[in-house]
Design a binder for this molecule. Structure first.
Ligand SMILES: Cc1cc2nc3c(=O)[nH]c(=O)nc-3n(C[C@H](O)[C@H](O)[C@H](O)COP(=O)(O)OP(=O)(O)OC[C@H]3O[C@@H](n4cnc5c(N)ncnc54)[C@H](O)[C@@H]3O)c2cc1C
Length: 418
């Protein structure tokens, strides 16, 4: 297990500088245009694929970095460039991680390459879990997958919403209920291969921020996928369902605490993304740092009353607070990422803590940056207005701030806080 470190090693610094160069030279200059167009920035994704940033290899290398700092470092740099474009580049990773975490070796080898395509023909993938009536409350998911034994096929029906890359993806990973009585324990994930009949894009959302990232509904109408598209396979699913039914029976029904106490209960809405949350925290740190840097430079050069505005404590102290909070957010993110890769249990929901603090920091810091830029900050001539709109997503997706607080409070107390 790697020791926790706050310093990147030489190899990591090299990767960081390379990513920073891409973010500064390719992503940042394209940010305003794709924000206005509200379209997937395919040419930028293609550039990222050409240099090796848009690929499973790159993602896996960072993911398995034993220090845990590979992913947060990469996310911070790309999102420093621009959040909407960066999400278009890393969004496929969400679906890929779903397959890596639950799929068999054969499924990983078959589907992940199809998620990325190659530099001459880039593809994207979508991870579809949220539904119109199942956002924070994932357990109330209505999308159903029913096994058709005669044909060895799964038949999926339902409506997914908020899917990043939904409908434009080559491969969709869809979470569906196979046993509604078991709540989130009765969920399973399925690959929906390219061109499958019955899957269609619904409404494409016009958003407040991260507008270069495509977000849409995905409608599944009698979608039939081969048995081999159930991630992990049928045998494993049957075993898991049998265990869940056994546990439910042993607990004696709803409201009875299980053997390990309420703290041991894993609710999908609250715990599923615990390990991936530090990565979202790192995205928020990237956006916050970007806005802070613009504000710092502006405060040093903008003169009013015959001196730079940073000469006023009212401005300088804001910048001091912004930088302090960004550094604190990064430390929480790095700690949680190191804990996750080292197999340490999040006994105080440290993953949620990092996402909560970093996302709230990004919202606050980007608002302060607008204030420091005055009228200019409020216009699209300067990037902080876009960064502030972008930052609002971090307190919503992968679990809202309220849900993070719920997870933290529940973990600390061991009680079913509602
Ligand atoms: C741009 C974007 C991209 C997304 N990408 C994806 C994706 O790729 N795949 C995917 O599956 N999903 C995705 N999501 C969905 C996202 O994860 C959900 O929006 C999020 O989980 C919140 O769900 P909701 O929007 O239904 O809000 P709700 O769950 O309806 O929450 C509404 C409000 O109520 C609060 N609230 C709810 N329950 C509680 C409680 N128990 N205690 C206190 N407060 C509570 C919430 O914090 C929030 O403030 C995306 C969303 C957006 C906006």
């Amino acid at each position: 297990m790697a020791e926790f470190t706050m310093e990147l090693n030489d190899e990591q610094k090299e990767v960081r500088d390379w990513l920073h160069g891409f973010a500064a030279d390719v992503i940042r200059p394209a940010a305003a245009e794709w924000d206005e167009r509200e379209e997937t920035p395919w040419p930028v994704i293609q550039e990222a694929a050409k240099v090796g940033i848009y690929s499973l290899d790159f993602y896996a290398q960072q993911y398995f970095d034993p220090t845990g700092l590979g992913i947060p470092m990469a996310m911070e740099e790309l999102f420093w460039g621009d959040a909407g474009i960066a999400l278009s580049i890393v969004g496929t990773g969400l679906a890929a991680v779903g397959v890596l975490a639950n799929g068999t070796e054969e499924q990983i080898g078959t589907w992940i390459p199809q998620m990325y395509g190659d530099a001459t023909d880039v593809k994207v993938a979508a991870f579809c879990s949220s539904e119109p009536d199942a956002g924070s409350d994932v357990a109330s998911m209505r999308t159903r997958a029913v096994y058709d034994e005669a044909n060895d096929e799964w038949v999926i029906n339902g409506t997914k919403t908020w899917a990043t890359n939904g409908g434009i993806a080559n491969v969709h990973v869809v979470v569906a209920s196979v046993d509604p009585e078991l709540g989130s324990k009765g969920h399973a994930s399925f690959i929906v291969p390219p061109g499958t009949r019955g899957l269609a894009q619904g409404q494409k959302f016009k958003k407040h921020g991260i507008r270069a990232s495509h977000t849409a509904e995905v409608v599944l109408d009698d979608v039939r996928v081969p048995g081999s598209c159930l991630l992990g396979g049928k045998e494993k699913l049957d075993e898991r369902l049998a265990r869940a039914r056994e546990k439910a029976k042993a607990a004696g029904g709803v409201g009875v605490p299980p053997a390990g106490g309420w703290g041991s209960v894993k609710n999908a809405a609250m715990a599923t993304f615990e390990a991936s949350r530090p990565a979202v925290g790192a995205m928020a740190v990237g956006t916050a740092r970007a806005a802070y840097e613009v504000a710092l430079e502006y405060a040093r050069t903008r003169e009013q009353f015959g001196r730079p505005i940073i000469d006023n404590q009212g401005v300088a102290f804001q910048l001091a607070d912004m930088r302090t909070q960004i550094d604190a957010a990064r430390l929480l993110v790095w700690r949680a990422s190191w804990m996750a890769i080292s197999g340490k249990r999040f006994t105080a929901a440290e993953g949620s803590m990092s996402k909560l603090f970093a996302s709230e920091t990004a919202k606050k810091v980007t608002a302060q940056a607008i204030q420091i830029l005055g009228g200019n900050g409020y216009t699209r001539e300067y990037p902080v207005e876009r960064m502030h709109r972008d930052a609002a997503i971090y307190t919503i997706f992968e679990g809202t701030s309220e849900i993070q607080r719920l997870v933290i409070a529940r973990t600390l107390s061991g009680m079913p806080i509602r």
